[in-house]
Write a protein that binds this ligand. Structure first.
Ligand code: ARG
Length: 466
């Protein structure tokens, strides 16, 4: 069949010709927007209850609608519901099914609303749930990092700049740096949630409706903070999806950076971590391999989340007010971004407690890299030498140590004194990596004492979320 019967469509009245099957396939969105079914039913129930309260629907109509939706919801959840692509989208599929089951009252449901305010409401409800779920998993992941940071507050690891060993830091400090990125992500998600949680229902197609609707009632019933205050904006606005996706893109960038470090650390050149058998794969040809696929996939998935952000921004950029069908294209990027971030966070939250940090290797790498050179310079400054002069002296000491293939704390005092008379035997306190991290004992510093306090503060923030 090339054409389908337009009269069966919920908007078929003004049409005499039938829909081209190519058009039908092109315009249909139900194979992806079916995911909004529960929010759609929730929104319809709130709308029907409100219409009953203001006298537009009878109590009997409402009873029929409620029992119809109960049946439909159960059918969908059992997988028994038949989605019809020719009915275009989730909204018309559900409405048609309602009328099929309860007759007259089903036809009254759409009084005083449009799919334009309906879909905007569904999207906001769906995204609100998705963001809450993300925040819950994010909290678990942060908790895992903070617990690890407490356990490793005094273990020493090289700190890097330019991918070169720079100064020793504590592993706990490094883990809390990751937590800090995620803390900002959490705060950003919470902030955008405020702008997601606004109720467009009642804006109808674009201009509002002539029925005596109670918008506060539907907004409250659906757990929104307040009804939207401009009907034109409410049906066309997708800022909330874009804003969420922007925060999700940044979150994905953070996860990707963390994953990249795990890839590096698990490789032979570093050998700082064992990611756990449960989260690695072997090679089909090289029997010795244990590959960090989870971390690599997380790193790779950041690309699609940024891609979705670009898709959404581009989707909106040329749209005049108010609703345009372009907006149907907002769903797949939003679902994909939510799905991608959710699974990445789940996997990381499950993996971290199984990661084994090879603290002996970390320590050795930190001790090997002349990473206490800055401490020697600071030592000379404390003895009254200007920092630039001290820098020069230490440069020469490091040059000599490289030539002699010894570490800084292995250089005999007499040789050090050859470079500066201000150096005394107490210099060895600062040349060790332990001395170096211990000295950085200020807010935001890497000293074990500071890291312990920072971990306690971070844990308090997490506990306050519940
Ligand atoms: N499936 C549509 C969407 O996702 C629903 C709104 C359709 N509105 C309309 N006037 N055609 O945007």
């Amino acid at each position: 069949m090339k054409h389908s019967d337009t009269q069966k469509k919920l908007w078929g009245g003004r049409f005499s010709g039938s829909t081209d099957s190519l058009m039908e396939a092109f315009s249909s969105s139900v194979d992806f927007d079916w995911r909004l079914y529960s929010q759609d039913i929730q929104g319809s129930l709130a709308h029907a209850r409100m219409l009953t309260k203001v006298g537009v629907l009878s109590k009997k109509d409402l009873q029929d609608i409620e029992s119809g939706f109960q049946q439909i919801l159960a059918e969908i959840e059992e997988g028994a519901f038949k989605w019809a692509p020719e009915l275009e989208d989730v909204h018309m599929n559900i409405e048609a099914a309602l009328t099929e089951r309860i007759g007259e009252a089903g036809k009254k449901l759409h009084t005083g609303r449009s799919r334009n305010d309906q879909v905007a409401t569904d999207m906001r409800l769906y995204l609100r749930g998705g963001v809450d779920n993300l925040c819950e998993i994010l909290t678990r992941l942060q908790q895992a990092l903070v617990d690890l940071a407490k356990a490793h507050s005094a273990h020493i690891i090289p700190g890097y700049t330019h991918m070169q060993s720079a100064q020793p830091v504590t592993l706990g400090h490094h883990l809390l740096a990751w937590n800090q990125m995620l803390q900002r992500d959490y705060e950003r998600l919470q902030d955008c949630r405020k702008r997601i949680n606004i109720c467009p229902l009642g804006s109808a197609a674009l201009a509002g409706t002539s029925y005596p609707i109670d918008r506060q009632m539907t907004s409250d019933a659906l757990g929104f903070d307040l009804p939207s205050n401009n009907s034109l904006d409410a049906v066309s606005d997708r800022d909330f999806v874009i804003e969420f996706n922007a925060h999700a893109a940044l979150l994905s960038v953070h996860l990707s950076r963390i994953a990249e470090e795990l890839v590096l650390w698990s490789g032979g050149n570093f050998d700082f971590v064992d990611l756990g058998d449960g989260f690695c794969t072997g090679s089909s040809i090289m029997p010795q391999k244990k590959n960090p696929d989870v971390a690599e996939l997380i790193r790779g998935k950041a690309g699609r989340v940024s891609g979705n952000l670009v898709a959404l921004l581009t989707l909106m950029k040329g749209q005049p007010l108010t609703y345009n069908r372009d907006n149907q294209e907002d769903k797949e990027p939003m679902f994909d971004t939510l799905d991608t971030c959710t699974i990445c966070l789940e996997v990381l939250a499950a993996m971290f407690p199984q990661v084994r940090f090879k603290t002996e290797n970390m320590y050795k790498a930190a001790a090997d890299g002349y990473s206490t050179a800055t401490d020697l310079a600071d030592y000379l400054v404390r003895k009254g030498i200007a920092f630039r002069d001290a820098h020069e002296v230490v440069g020469k000491v490091v040059g000599m140590a490289i030539a002699d293939q010894v570490s800084l704390d292995q250089i005999p005092l007499s040789q050090l004194q050859h470079h500066s008379e201000s150096i005394e035997s107490d210099v060895y306190d600062v040349l060790t990596v332990e001395g170096s991290v211990k000295a950085r004992n200020h807010i935001g510093g890497t000293a074990p004492e500071q890291v312990k306090m920072a971990a306690i503060e971070a844990a308090k923030l997490l506990a306050a979320r519940h």
